[in-house]
Write a protein that binds this ligand. Structure first.
Ligand code: C2E
Ligand code: MG
Ligand code: MG
Ligand code: MG
Length: 282
């Protein structure tokens, strides 16, 4: 686990340092204490199942509100957390909170469980005990493993293939599902799709956003859909912002969609209000 580097916080006053470098050091500094100072919060973005037209799951997305830096977006702090190794503790925190939350929803309304997807950094697959962490968190929270989904990117997989297969096999045996996030943007060959026990593909939003104006994007999405059908994988489309995009994805047989059209990521209470209304979404 990440060793404290003992970096001096005043370092950002050094001359000749670029503004980006400053910012990075500040983020790194405050990130160290973010968990113990209770600065993280999970937001939940609903996933709509296009067959039942119901919300049956959410993705947990991390939000960081620091008293000095304000709200720092994940695209800014996650890469730094990965570089420093803090991401290991951060993702574990997220995993635990997310499983607790899904379990809480289950207890409130056992007939309408909400599955929870958690983003896991590629770094976890370099340390041998990721599987045991998942097992431990499930045991402690009492969450049914079938309600947990792990999102990983293609890059996680290629880095240490053999160990990764073993870990994913064990997760599958446990009943946890694994999906490939940002599918289509990695550098990997498609070969891994045959070897890895994954259950769904999440098409990256860059292919979705202009899908109604852009024939190349339609072609790519269609190709992903038929690949998934052949391999018996579920398909989730992220970044759905318009009805046009929704209808295209529906007509192509997409299983689930996620995006601002349905809802932005919401704090827990707002999500619960939305979910409990149970009105037809679309
Ligand atoms: P991601 O996992 O691909 O998450 C989807 C991102 O797209 C989220 O950004 C979400 O708010 C945004 N999004 C969803 N629907 C739409 C839409 O319709 N339009 C647009 N323009 N954007 C949409 P967010 O929350 O800023 O997270 C960014 C990335 O940070 C995530 O991408 C994920 O890779 C990473 N991340 C977030 N939380 C965690 C975490 O707990 N652990 C790790 N390791 N990474 C995380
Ligand atoms: Mg994700
Ligand atoms: Mg994604
Ligand atoms: Mg992403």
């Amino acid at each position: 686990i990440a060793k404290q580097k003992g970096r001096n916080i005043f370092k950002w006053y050094e001359t000749g340092m670029s503004k980006n470098e400053d910012e990075k050091l500040q983020i790194e500094h405050y990130l160290r204490k973010a968990i113990e100072n209770n600065e993280f919060e999970l937001y939940f973005q609903p996933k709509l199942n296009l067959f039942s037209n119901r919300i049956n799951g959410v993705e947990a997305l991390l939000r960081w509100n620091n008293p000095v830096l304000g709200m720092v977006p994940p695209d800014k702090f996650i890469p730094i957390a990965e570089e420093t190794g803090f991401i290991i503790q951060i993702d574990e925190w997220v995993l635990e909170k997310a499983c607790q939350q899904s379990k809480e929803w289950f207890l409130l309304d056992p007939d309408n469980p909400v599955s929870i997807a958690v983003n896991i950094s590629p770094l976890h697959f370099r340390i041998p005990n990721f599987y045991y962490i998942v097992e431990k968190v499930l045991k402690e929270t009492g969450l049914n493993p079938s309600l947990l989904e792990i999102e990983i990117t293609e890059n996680s997989i290629i880095e240490n293939t053999e160990e990764c297969i073993v870990c994913l096999e064990k997760l599958r045996t446990l009943g946890v599902s694994v999906s490939i996030d940002d599918f289509g943007t990695g550098y990997s060959s498609l070969n891994y799709l045959r070897k890895f026990p994954i259950s769904s593909l999440k098409i990256d939003r860059s292919f979705i956003q202009e899908v109604s104006q852009n024939r190349e994007n339609v072609a790519i999405v269609k190709a992903i859909m038929s690949l998934a059908q052949e391999l018996k994988l579920k398909v989730v489309a992220e970044g759905i912002e318009t009805y046009e995009a929704l209808e295209i994805l529906r007509s192509l047989g997409c299983d689930e969609i996620q995006g601002y059209l349905i809802s932005k990521p919401l704090p827990v209470q707002e999500f619960q209000n939305m979910f409990s209304q149970r009105s037809p979404i679309l």
